[in-house]
Design a protein around this ligand. Sequence first.
Ligand code: HEC
Ligand code: HEC
Length: 167
Amino acid sequence: MRVALSGLVAFAVAAATPALAQNANPLPAGDGRDIVAVACSQCHYLGTIAKIRDGAAGWRMYVDNMVLRGAQLTPAEIDKVVDYLSLNLGPGANLPPAKPVTLPDGAGKNLVETRCELCHDLERVATIERGRAQWPAIVANMVARGATATPEEAKTISDYLAANFGN
Ligand code: HEC
Ligand code: HEC
């Protein structure tokens, strides 16, 4: 009886461990991962972070916001965490699979396809309802976060999005 019971417990532990280990930390390997795993798991799942891609400026805004909310990090650790996040969860890094989106033809289509899918899918761009006049500010926000576009390219993108997804 005793033997059978401990055998059952050992089986249950062995079966549960791999799933637990996977759920425990979805963050990609990299320098600074351990600090993030400890400091950033106090209030929400690490998956909240792992699904986001953003540039260094954008990540710093998130992290500063979290420190205001109570994340425990020294100034040096903040820098380290921002470096880790922008390197490993930056534009184009460890991208999750995205649903393909077909955009309408027009000048700017190619720019949107090549520059705007590095941090989120194009569905985010193509399904959003925004006024025509709002697109330049949205695109400027994206460039500030790390999207690459010269001022002329940003204008081409804004004009294209305003024409096709502006109301
Ligand atoms: C003291 C609690 C707390 C800690 C610690 C914390 N967060 Fe948060 N975080 C929140 C709350 C509350 C929200 C939801 C509110 C919001 O979106 O502003 C949130 C939301 C987020 C979001 C936005 C998710 C989304 O889908 O928009 C990101 C990214 C994030 N946290 C990253 C981090 C990182 C990185 C760390 C570690 C440096 C961290 N958090 C530590 C409380 C915390
Ligand atoms: C460096 C990463 C990055 C790149 C590249 C990027 N985005 Fe974003 N984008 C984000 C993040 C992070 C959010 C969510 C935070 C926010 O809404 O400000 C977002 C949100 C959005 C939203 C929703 C905004 C809203 O008002 O709800 C739109 C639309 C968008 N992006 C369009 C674009 C377009 C167009 C491009 C190409 C010019 C682009 N993104 C490239 C990071 C990026």
